[in-house]
Design a protein around this ligand. Structure first.
Ligand code: SAH
Length: 346
């Protein structure tokens, strides 16, 4: 029966090698199949032409190859592409391709929906939630790499985990996906071109530091004052800023990697000098960069982008304090593909 077959891509290379040995075959066969599954993204056992027919048949009887399907692709007037990605169980996530003059960035999802409850984010309103498997994360990247080659004549250059979900709430699977993305048997991308964005789960930031991961870290801060942050990101009451900051200090002491903060300035919420001063104080312990992200309205106008002068105040104060700051314009807004807009709308 279909349902009893195991997902072959849930096996590590070692497990696959062991499986072939247990079948009286050579361990090396495991490497061959592994390469078909990951580097060549084979969708069927039949496609594995250097594997004997009997072996392919045997694999067919024991396993399935689950694959994502890009159900719908929307293109924005600025070149941004949004994929609605259907998973093997029918659930849908979104991923985005963001082109610039020199690079193509894939923004991928790590969960269906999100377990956090940021009040300004459309994804937080989705009910259904499950973690994505490593292969489901990997496949989103492959799909965008293919689109980049097709539409922009170049391979994918960067990956950000800024789609749906909180990557540190699905840590093991995200890490396994990154391993495949960076390994020569997968896409062979440099980890330096990958950024994991988190709302800040202190325990997991420490874990990443201990494991000396090589990718970059971005933290969605939005406020460095507990009271304010809790009012817009309620989980902050469980992981208060003091714990986050200590974890980041630990991360920096281990990795010596600059930390990027994502930050939206909203009218009447964090557009004051006091808010900027708190931010400066929060970041001071390590080389930092603050990305001031444009707010993408998600509905009723409860949140409003702050004025130009407030953004300028942030920029000036941060720069004066030696903190790198960039003002990021939204991409893909017309197709609901911008930060915080991913909600499976269509
Ligand atoms: N859970 C992770 C990654 C997903 S969100 C995280 O929180 O980092 C990606 C980024 O978009 C985060 O910085 C998030 O705070 C921001 N974001 C969410 N909703 C937004 C909105 N409506 N407008 C602009 N940025 C938003």
């Amino acid at each position: 029966m279909e349902t009893q077959k195991k997902d072959i891509r849930a096996l590590t290379k070692e497990q696959l090698r062991d499986f072939f040995v247990s079948q009286g075959d050579k361990a090396f066969r495991g490497n061959q199949v592994y390469e078909w599954l990951w580097q060549k993204s084979a969708h069927s056992f039949e496609a594995m032409t250097n594997i004997s027919k009997e072996t392919r048949q045997m694999l067919e009887e024991n396993f399935v190859i689950n694959h994502i399907r890009v159900d719908q692709m929307q293109r924005s007037s600025d070149g941004t592409i949004k994929n609605a990605v259907r998973l093997h169980d029918g659930l849908v996530v979104e991923s985005v391709l963001i082109p610039t003059e020199t690079r193509t960035t894939a923004c991928v999802s790590s969960q269906v929906g999100c377990s956090l409850d940021c009040r300004f984010c459309a994804t937080a309103r989705l009910k259904r939630m499950r973690n994505l498997n490593p292969d489901e994360i990997y496949d989103q990247v492959v799909a965008i790499d293919n689109e980049s080659r097709l539409y922009f004549d170049r391979p994918l250059s960067n990956i950000v985990f800024m789609g749906m979900g909180e990557p540190l709430m699905n840590y093991n699977n995200v890490l396994q996906a990154i391993e495949k993305i960076t390994s020569p048997e997968g896409l062979g991308m440099s980890p330096k071109r990958i950024t994991l964005s988190t709302s800040g789960v202190p325990k997991m930031i420490r874990k990443m530091a201990d494991e000396e991961v090589k990718f970059k870290l971005a933290v969605s801060l939005h406020s460095a004052i507990d009271e304010v942050r809790t009012s817009i990101m309620p989980f902050n009451s469980t992981f208060p800023l003091k714990d986050l900051r200590e974890a980041l200090e630990y991360w920096y002491s281990k990795t010596k990697n600059r930390i990027t903060y994502e930050y939206v300035v909203w009218q009447g919420i964090n557009d004051t000098q006091e808010a900027v001063d708190a931010l400066v104080k929060f970041c001071k312990f390590a080389p930092s960069k603050v990305n001031l992200i444009e707010y993408n309205p998600i509905d009723d106008g409860e949140f409003q982008q702050a004025s130009e002068s407030a953004i300028k105040m942030y920029q000036d104060t941060l720069e004066r304090n030696g903190i790198t700051v960039t003002v990021r314009r939204s991409r893909g807004k017309d197709i609901d593909a911008a930060c915080g807009q991913l909600a499976n709308k269509s």
